[in-house]
Design a protein around this ligand. Structure first.
Ligand code: ACM
Length: 679
């Protein structure tokens, strides 16, 4: 591999592999290999190694080219040999599995496919020490899941083909095999389609470079070449180059063409494809209009000429469907097809597109909303809104790729938000990603239909290449390992050490990976249980101020359980209030001397989470007559990022009952608090 060049160091640590013989040796491989028996002797790639390959012509070409650019020193002739062989391996079922048998003068990699040989080579490269040697012995390895992917959004901000190639190098090195490109969305169309030139002469360009300024600004598109045009697209030659580059690393690129929604750019370039025919007004295609099918099929016909992947991703997420009920063509379509609601109308489009793609030998994959209104017969579901979509898919006999937002959305914060550049989602450190098991809770039959896992990088708030890499690495390493390794025996601390090594290597090779070794970590309040007077005491909620069930944090005991929330309101430790403010009374059981009452709130405006505008604290001896001891006003101001604030009273009083009220400001939205601490 050209870019992952191994330099002077390999970290040694106790190997997690099975059957370590005689010496403790390096097993610094990520994703972790399945089993190994290492011997104390080593094999040296010292230029005295001849290469032989027994595989098909195409695999031989790919592997020869790869090795020539790798750190493995190979010569035309040599006293030692590296031999690659495509052949069945006993005990290995995946064609991507491989076996390495290494003695002091010969390394043989056997695999059921060229991809397996490629993965064997990645292991060899990762095992290289500073002298270019690897341990002798036997390694047997194969993936847990067939689909191991990364999605890159190139619509919200456009990234050129050389940058995409660089990411392909890295993911292939970690034995990932799919790159899903989100090529179309409101913020810009990114692929040349010969039949519809306005898609790239106009819809690929916009009035502001930064998505954030454009989205919260005028949201105008621009003519290519005009002074205000920001954006870009891949020409069809660029796409061919990328597809070949990826294939030469056993990575399949899956193109995503969004439908029926997220299509503002198309419907401004070609307004006749929307229900109202007005530019800048609609995000959804008109599902009743035959011209839409003509457009989509023409676009897809060019797409499938360019991308040989089995799957074509057809989007399917977040359709507003708001114009369809009043659109005569959509209504006519519903009547003619006997469709009872707009969800079924969406399914009509998806099924029709599926038929088209199936007739060309391709399969569709779509975001989990394609389940609503009935799933197309052969579709695979990409489950992003939690895991339910995946479960529903497998329960109806469909394959699912798991990409749940809480574990796989790499645009969220990977460390304490105040230490990080602005991100979109909540705190999702490497440990959280690594804790995900795509088959958790599934029976054997269901589990068989889980095709794999994918990490998704949406880039609304990620305008630069440096930031893209920062958000991807190292969290994609956790995705790579989940995709490759059975969850039994996974140990985060051990993984983290390997991930640190991988991060250091990535950084040495020009990737702007997050500095995992110097991670700030979880909010300190959340790291331990807090002892205080109210811990374990009952909390009564005012009838008109209930907590929200989705963010119940454990229910009625949440605010006095001693447990503080972390950096995110989705960690099931923050209790959420949406219909009202907070209005609770805590019963301390008997009259106590009290010196302080306080609670933390958080603010994160993008998901509509706000500080309270006012907090009132009152005390009572009998639970009937309360005396107000504090009224704290707070000016709630929109800001970026995440902040925390403690609202409390301190003084000296006696009371059995403590009332804590927090009122929402003019923004309304959510209030989140985690613990009412009384001392
Ligand atoms: C998605 O995040 N809208 C798939």
């Amino acid at each position: 591999m050209k870019r992952i060049v191994y330099s002077a160091f390999v970290i040694f640590f106790v190997c997690a592999c099975a059957h370590v013989e005689e010496t403790i040796t390096t097993c610094d491989v990520l994703p972790m290999i399945k089993s190994a028996e290492f011997k104390s002797k080593r094999f040296a790639f010292d230029g005295d190694v001849a290469l032989s390959i027994n595989a098909g012509d195409e695999d031989t070409r790919i592997l020869t080219g790869f090795i020539a650019e790798s750190p493995l020193e190979i010569a035309q002739e040599g006293n030692k040999s590296l031999h690659l062989e495509v052949a069945p391996i006993e005990g290995i079922t995946s064609p991507e599995g491989y076996r390495i048998e290494a003695t002091a003068d010969k390394v043989t990699i056997t695999a059921g496919s060229g991809a397996g040989l490629f993965y064997g080579l990645q292991t060899v490269i990762q095992l290289l020490d500073a002298e270019g040697t690897i341990p002798t012995g036997t390694i047997t390895d194969e993936p847990e899941f067939a689909y191991r992917g990364l999605m890159l959004d190139v619509s919200r901000h456009f990234f050129g083909k050389e940058f995409v190639k660089k990411q392909i190098d890295a993911i292939a090195h970690f034995k990932m095999n799919r790159l899903h490109l989100h090529l179309t969305d409101a913020a810009g169309w990114r692929i040349e389609i010969k039949k519809y030139p306005r898609l790239t002469k106009f819809a690929a360009w916009r009035s502001q470079a930064l998505w954030k300024e454009w989205w919260f600004g005028d949201r105008l598109y621009a003519e290519e070449g005009s002074p205000e045009a920001h954006g870009g697209y891949y020409t069809q030659d660029d796409i061919r180059e990328l597809v070949k580059y990826a294939a030469d690393r056993y990575v399949t690129i899956i193109p995503e063409i969004e439908m029926p929604a997220h299509s503002e750019e198309v419907l401004t370039a070609y307004p006749e494809l929307s229900c109202t025919h007005e530019p800048y007004k609609q995000a959804d295609f008109c599902v009743g209009n035959e011209k839409v099918y003509e457009f989509l099929e023409n676009v897809l016909a060019e797409v499938i000429e360019l991308f040989p992947s089995e799957y074509i991703h057809i989007g399917g997420d977040e359709a507003g469907k708001s114009s369809w009920p009043s659109c005569p063509l959509c209504q006519k379509r519903m009547k003619e097809e006997g469709l009872s609601d707009v969800n079924e109308l969406q399914s009509y489009l998806i099924e029709r597109i599926e038929k088209f793609l199936n007739s060309k030998g391709r399969q569709i994959i779509g975001w989990d909303e394609i389940l609503e209104g009935g799933l197309a017969p052969n579709a695979t579901v990409m489950s992003w809104r939690g895991t339910e979509g995946g479960l529903a898919a497998v329960n109806s006999g469909h394959k699912a790729v798991m990409t749940p937002g809480g574990y796989c959305y790499l645009d969220s914060y990977q460390d304490a938000p105040h230490t990080q550049p602005m991100a979109f989602g909540p705190y999702m450190p490497l440990q959280k990603v690594y804790s995900y098991d795509p088959r958790e809770g599934l029976n054997e039959e269901q589990a068989k239909l889980i095709y794999g896992i994918q990490g998704n990088l949406w880039v609304e708030y990620i305008p630069t290449e440096e930031m893209v890499e920062y958000m991807i690495y190292p969290r994609i390493l956790a995705i790579a390992e989940i995709g490759w390794r059975n969850p039994a025996g996974r140990d985060y601390d051990e993984f983290r050490q390997r991930a640190i090594t991988a991060v250091n290597r990535l950084r040495d090779n020009g990737y702007n990976a997050f500095d995992l070794e110097n991670e700030f970590g979880q909010r300190k309040e959340a790291q331990q249980t807090n002892e205080h007077l109210a811990k374990g005491c009952p909390v009564a909620y005012a009838e008109n101020a209930p907590f929200n069930e989705k963010y119940n944090a454990g229910g009625e005991t949440a605010l006095t359980d001693g447990v503080h929330g972390g950096w995110t309101y989705t960690d099931e430790k923050w209790q959420g209030f949406i219909r009202s403010g907070v209005d609770v009374v805590i019963d301390l059981g008997s009259e106590k001397e009290i010196n302080s009452v306080a609670a933390d709130f958080m603010q994160m405006c993008i998901p509509d989470v706000w500080m309270p505008a006012e907090v009132i604290i009152s005390l009572s001896s009998d639970g009937e007559a309360f005396t107000e001891v504090a009224r704290i006003a707070h000016e709630v101001v929109r800001d970026e990022g995440l902040s925390f604030k403690n609202f409390g009273w301190s003084g000296n009083a006696k009371a059995r009952y403590v009332k804590y009220q927090a009122n929402r400001g003019p923004q309304r939205g959510w209030l989140f608090t985690d613990e009412i601490v009384i001392k």
